[in-house]
Design a protein around this ligand. Structure first.
Ligand code: FAD
Length: 408
């Protein structure tokens, strides 16, 4: 194989490039990314970077010299605009095109927008990129009232940073609890309490019907039950949609993500796809509402898929079978999740000191573990799930159980 082209220079695209070189790929490697910056980590954007505890350089996945040393041709600020599968070429926003022997789609996701009047007012913002984070850092200077729409991970992390600065923060959520799609009622309840103690106010079961403003500026958020919440800044965190149009327009299979097989190959053997933009089969999704295929938005998934694909493209094919895991830092609390839970999976709570873990079970089998300030439980859970060790709900409920011993 002479040339591999990667569309998308985020966590997954970068990892694939780095792992390809590590695995000995010696051909031409072109990493095309539509952002201006070198590949960087997104998680700190809603945490340390937003709080001013790290600078943009601290976000970089590698310094500039790495790309030259590893002969990775990073084309920053360049968008792949179309695929020509017949000619095995990608077209670029700068008017050029590049031929490939293998193409990797790692285009990630974009934020879902709020479909209400006023959503385009200045002062209504989202958080996905470094540019968004820079704009938000500037926007929270000198204001008082923030309304966050959506009590998901990013909305809550943002709320925690703002509350810690003494700003007035209200989170509006359509569901009845925080992180409702991702965690158990027990974990939701605990995080709601953490945030309320830090001064964050919540409005649950509330739909936003309009964002009101005077001139260009935002002034208030109106809810379906007629409330009007004054706001100097509105941050919308209501989920993402996969960047799958390149694949779709080229006739590849898509369904809330680019469809790939267990080896991360699309329906075209010359094209693979990895990271947030991909729907893939995994044993960890068995019994989930969407069947045994899932799309996961996490650093772990982007990194592990990048590595797995690099191994296949350099002659060591293996089905992708990594344990899904995730973390979210909300104020001083660290939430870590191993596995994939369905909303109605059963819960078993284990407390220890200030932290706790919720063990989730689907059809009597361990599906996921949510740990709050319990890193040891999280690591043990990852090992248990990887090794398919049996843990019963009764064992999980036993305070005397040595989880670490069971996992080793
Ligand atoms: P991305 O990193 O989004 O990269 C995709 C890249 O492709 C982007 O740069 C995009 O602009 C580019 N692109 C798209 N289309 C094209 C095109 N046609 N041509 C060229 N380039 C294109 N995960 C965790 O596990 N823990 C966390 O605490 C956490 N916190 C997060 C906080 C924030 C604010 C955000 C936004 C995400 C967070 N995540 C977290 C999620 C994590 O960052 C993503 O799962 C990860 O970045 C996915 O990697 P990716 O490469 O698939 O997508």
């Amino acid at each position: 194989m002479d040339r591999i082209v990667i569309a998308g220079a985020g966590q997954a695209g970068f990892q694939a490039a780095a792992s390809l070189r590590e695995a000995g790929f010696s051909g031409s490697l072109i990493l095309v990314g539509d952002e201006a910056a070198l590949p960087y980590q997104r998680p700190p954007l809603s945490k340390a970077y937003l709080a001013g505890k790290t600078d943009a350089r601290g976000l970089l996945l590698r310094q500039e010299s790495f790309f030259a040393e590893h002969r990775i041709d990073h084309r920053a600020g360049t968008r792949v605009t179309a695929l020509d599968r017949g000619a095995r070429q990608v077209r670029l926003s700068d008017g050029g095109s590049i031929g490939y022997d293998h193409l990797i789609l790692a285009t990630g996701t974009r934020n879902r927008t709020l479909p209400v009047p006023g959503a385009d007012l200045a002062g209504v913002r989202q958080l996905r990129s470094l540019d968004d984070a820079d704009a938000l850092r500037a926007a929270i200077e000198g204001i008082r009232r923030i309304v966050v729409v959506g009590a998901g991970f990013i909305g809550l992390e943002f709320a925690a940073v703002c509350a810690a600065r003494g700003l007035s923060v209200t989170v509006i959520e359509a569901a009845e609890r925080v992180m409702a799609r991702a965690v158990s009622p027990e974990t939701s309840q605990a995080f709601r309490a953490f945030h309320e103690e830090a001064g964050v106010a919540f409005l649950f079961g509330a739909g936003v019907t309009a964002i009101e403003g005077g001139g260009e500026r935002v002034a208030a958020v109106r809810t379906a039950d007629g409330q009007s919440l004054p706001a100097d800044l509105v941050v919308v965190g209501i989920g993402v949609v996969p960047n799958q149009e390149l694949a779709e327009d080229a006739g590849l299979a898509v369904r809330d993500g680019i469809e790939v097989d267990a080896f991360l190959a699309t329906s075209d053997p010359a094209i693979s796809a990895i990271g947030d933009c991909v729907r893939f089969p995994t044993r960890f999704a068995a019994g989930l509402p969407g069947g045994d295929r899932v799309r996961i938005e996490s650093v772990q998934n982007a990194v592990d898929q990048g590595r797995c694909l690099a191994a296949r493209l350099t002659g060591r094919p293996a089905a992708y079978d990594a344990v899904p895991w995730f973390w979210s830092d909300q104020g001083p609390r660290k939430l870590q999740i191993a596995g994939l839970a369905a909303p109605d999976d059963a819960s078993v709570l284990r407390r220890a000191g200030a932290g706790f873990s919720v063990f989730r079970f689907r059809d009597g089998r361990l599906s996921a573990v949510e740990s709050v300030d319990r890193a040891a439980d999280h690591m043990a859970a990852r090992r248990l799930l990887a090794a398919r060790r049996t843990l019963t709900p009764e064992q999980a409920a036993d305070p005397g159980l040595d989880l670490k011993a069971l996992a080793t």
